[in-house]
Design a protein around this ligand. Structure first.
Ligand SMILES: Cc1cc2nc3c(=O)[nH]c(=O)nc-3n(C[C@H](O)[C@H](O)[C@H](O)COP(=O)(O)O)c2cc1C
Length: 193
């Protein structure tokens, strides 16, 4: 039987009625058999400060680093603010990127999603995140891209993703993520030298 996968899900929004939190919840509901998505909240992550870091990671940061290290992969749902990654999420990635080359993100498979009321569905924010993951040496799945535009038409009043086409697409995306994670699993073929 295939090993079960633990995926850590984070949304780059602190808003209770956030579409991106809704996306992560939907992914957790839709996850294929053998994949469990554990949701982690970012509201207690402090602003990055190298002086704080020098005293040792604050507990919420240490907790998140442990959760990522223990997970097989990371799933992120990002909003887009001013054509880029919201500070809440970028700040979290800055903490997680430390120490460089030895961070919890090093070698971690990642998949990205995003939702916004606009038509581009966080395309620019996701592009910026992919750049950050080059530095952290994280393996961001290139395709499929989950760009949920006109989000206000796709979630119900309780913040549940109600659009069936989008739910089906996320199911297919998660199936592809299983394959992507498998590429980096221990025992996968590597180069000969
Ligand atoms: C400061 C700010 C900047 C924003 N900039 C963009 C933007 O560049 N592109 C976009 O599609 N939406 C933008 N929006 C709208 C967000 O996509 C929208 O508020 C969305 O609901 C945020 O995600 P959430 O629902 O997960 O909190 C912006 C919103 C805020 C508050």
């Amino acid at each position: 039987m295939a090993r079960s996968l633990t995926v850590l899900g984070i949304a780059g929004s602190l808003r209770q009625a956030s579409f991106n939190r809704g996306l992560i919840r939907a992914a957790a509901e839709i996850a294929p058999a053998g994949m469990r998505i554990a949701v982690h909240d970012l509201s207690s992550i402090p602003l990055f400060n190298a002086d704080l870091e020098a005293e040792g990671d604050p507990e919420p940061v240490a907790d998140l680093k442990r959760a990522i290290a223990d997970a097989d992969a990371l799933l992120i749902a990002t909003p887009e603010y001013n054509h880029g990654v919201p500070g809440v999420l970028k700040n979290t990635i800055d903490w997680l990127s430390r120490p460089p080359r030895g961070s919890a993100l090093n070698g971690k498979p990642v998949a990205l999603m995003g939702a916004s009321p606009g038509v581009t569905g966080t395309a620019r924010s996701q592009s910026q995140l992919r750049q950050a993951f080059v530095f952290t040496n994280s393996y961001a799945m290139p395709q499929p891209e989950v760009l949920v535009g006109r989000a206000h038409e796709k979630f119900d009043a309780e913040g549940r993703l109600s659009d069936e086409v989008t739910r089906k697409f996320i199911a297919q995306f998660l199936d592809q993520f299983v394959v992507w994670i498998g590429r980096f699993a221990a025992g996968s073929p590597t180069t000969a030298r």
